[in-house]
Design a binder for this molecule. Structure first.
Ligand code: BGC
Length: 279
């Protein structure tokens, strides 16, 4: 399914992020891809980061440049400090600066607790939490160096951390993933508190069940779909564009006073749906 499918076209005001430079990590597929395209539609130039899947990343770049803005694909492993530093240097060199970071790259390595290897635990923490730390740190250095440019944005920079409903919903069989997202929540709030006086806005999006490759098994069979929908009061599985739209809003000056917030984009998954008929 193309990420333009759905409702995006014509909905996002093309001037909203005009002239801003955005970096989206893990942007070759899923939520990252839809977010990169949505930012492009809003007028931002976009760096499409990927670690594997260079061909997909190039397709995303093509789609974004087709919108009349600049885009480029950068390969970097967000959990590798040198690679993140090099990626940010390259972005500043080639795009001039960075205004928006969407720290999105993330993965799952699921296992029952006693079968979970240290490698599975570590990999998920490295990418989902340390990766966001490294990207946020390097982006912040550039935000601080440049400061506010009023013609571009009221803020010196915007960081959007991609979290999950599992920052607050415990998730059996996924202790590494849920722990990483719990960490993202506290990292985001701490950074928001620390950086707000410097006019840097740090926020998070907590997606629920969004139809992407990461959770294919949860929606591809009719039975799995039915089980999943029972957890979603709004009675539809999310589309990657739902997250892209939220990211455009959070990144824009329309939401300039939103600082340290988590925007749950989950069709009501965090509303304890079991209690609709019980309790
Ligand atoms: C996970 C998905 C899951 C969703 C809702 C996301 O953070 O990556 O696998 O379907 O949360 O449980």
């Amino acid at each position: 399914m193309s990420s333009t499918q759905g409702t995006t076209q014509g909905v996002i005001p093309a001037q909203l992020l005009r002239g801003q430079k955005a970096l989206v990590t893990g942007a070759n597929s899923g939520i990252g891809r839809a977010t990169a395209v949505a930012l492009g539609r809003a007028g931002a130039d976009v760096v499409v980061n990927y670690v594997t899947g260079g061909e997909e990343a190039e397709k995303v770049v093509e789609e974004i440049t087709g919108l009349g803005v600049r885009a480029a694909a950068y390969e970097a492993d967000v959990s590798d400090e040198q690679q993140v530093v090099a990626m940010m240097d390259r972005m500043v060199r080639e795009f001039g600066t960075i205004d928006i970071l969407v720290a999105n790259a993330g993965l799952q390595r699921d296992a029952p607790f006693t079968e979970m290897t240290l490698a599975q635990w570590q990999k998920v923490l490295d990418v989902n939490l340390t990766g966001q730390f490294l990207c946020a740190r390097e982006a912040t250095k550039e935000f601080l160096r440049r400061g506010v440019v009023p013609e571009v944005s009221r803020a010196a920079g915007k960081i959007i951390c991609m979290s999950s409903v599992h920052q607050i919903i415990p998730w059996a069989g996924h202790v590494n993933y849920a722990s990483s997202k719990g960490g993202v929540q506290m990292m985001m709030e701490t950074l928001a508190q620390e950086l707000a006086p410097k006019k840097i806005r740090v926020n998070a999006i907590a997606p629920g069940a969004i139809k992407t490759p990461i959770n294919r098994s949860a929606w591809e069979t009719p039975q799995a779909r039915e089980d999943l929908l029972r957890l979603i009061p709004y009675d539809r599985i999310g589309e990657p564009e739902d997250i892209g739209h939220a990211a455009v809003g959070l990144a824009s000056d329309l939401m300039d006073y939103v600082v340290g917030a988590t925007l749950y984009v989950d069709g009501g998954m965090t509303l304890f749906p079991g209690f609709a008929t019980g309790g």
